[in-house]
Design a protein around this ligand. Structure first.
Ligand SMILES: [Zn+2]
Length: 327
């Protein structure tokens, strides 16, 4: 995966800050303990002098080996004395050591000549956050989805749809099914797909949500432009859950059709779940898209039909009539 310069710099800044904070915390504990226990300050001073002596040993030939051995014994004694002092004050033995967020690389972000996993994970996280900047996460929750706007004969069906979505979010993993949410405008498809996104993100998965138009626009820019180095296409393929909102309203070109097929097909092959919402019905999908795209969606996705009349219109009518609005 290729990352942009900005993402690299942002990750490096986070790692540097992490190390500085952890070292500062340890320094603060050492200072406070030296004030609390004067003997510790004394042992610390001895330890500094010892280091100075060891440096002096360099270049003393035969004698050096013996001097270094003596110094090492003395160092171990000092360490034990400090540990005893800590214990006497009720602190753990490692109380004064720096607590690094990543012990492998001591928060430097690399080990030897290779990037540490903490750094590569951070790069990935930042790249996903940047790609997911259009995902509105706070506005849609299952609790706010009201069945009151559906007529009695449709309510049972929509209750089933709501429960399906809750269950999908609860049991989500990388092997979950792909889902096609279809039905007319304003029946809650976007609301429920975002509610799923919110829950799945809470579990620590990478989720990308955007309108199909906006995703294809960005792919097109990256494909035909110079590109900033971010691999948006790879992120689309790698995200644990991809939500394509409003399929069928995008402007189709040969490029977008090929890109769309590539996304849907690759994710199915890799068993990565995708949720698509569309105002088209199944016949509409077959008419609107090439046979291979339509057969991928209609043939391989779980089909979830939304029924009813436009919720937003119902709400508006309620507000206009001066009734209470709980939404
Ligand atoms: Zn690390």
């Amino acid at each position: 995966m290729a990352y942009s310069k900005e993402i690299f710099e942002a990750a490096q800044a986070i790692i540097d800050e992490r190390r500085a904070v952890n070292e500062r915390d340890a320094e603060r504990r050492r200072k406070a303990f030296a004030e609390e226990e004067p003997l510790y300050a004394d042992l610390l001073q001895q330890s500094i002098l010892l280091t100075r002596d060891m440096v002096k040993c360099i270049g003393q030939g035969e004698k050096a080996k013996e001097l270094v051995e003596q110094a090492n014994i003395r160092r171990r004694q000092l360490h034990l004395s400090i540990t005893d002092l800590l214990r006497a004050h009720g602190y753990p033995a490692d109380y004064l050591e720096t607590k690094y967020t990543c012990r492998k690389c001591k928060d430097y972000g690399f080990e030897d000549t290779a990037y540490c996993t903490c750094f590569t994970q951070l790069l990935k996280k930042l790249a996903f956050e940047e790609a997911a900047e259009n995902t509105p996460l706070t506005c849609s929750r299952f609790e706010d989805f009201s069945l009151d706007y559906y007529s009695a004969d449709l309510r049972e069906h929509m209750e089933g749809v709501l429960n399906y979505c809750k269950d999908y979010a609860d049991t989500f993993d990388r092997d979950s099914y792909s889902v096609l949410m279809y039905g007319e405008t304003g029946l809650g498809k976007t609301h429920l797909s975002l509610a799923i996104a919110g829950e799945v993100i809470k579990k620590g998965y990478y989720v990308l949500y955007d309108s199909t138009q906006s995703i294809l626009n960005r792919l097109e820019r990256e494909h035909f432009g110079k590109g900033s180095g971010d691999d948006y296409e790879k992120l689309l393929m790698e995200s644990d859950l991809l939500i394509l909102d409003d399929l069928g309203t995008e402007f189709s070109t040969q490029f977008t059709l090929a890109a769309l097929y590539n996304i849907l097909n690759t994710r199915l092959l890799r068993s990565r779940p995708t949720i698509i919402s569309t105002n088209l019905d199944l016949k509409g999908i077959e008419n609107h898209y090439t046979k291979r795209i339509a057969s991928r969606i209609v043939g391989e996705y779980e089909l979830l039909q939304f029924v009813g009349s436009d919720i937003r219109q119902c709400r508006k009518a309620e507000i206009d009539a001066g009734e209470d609005d709980n939404g």
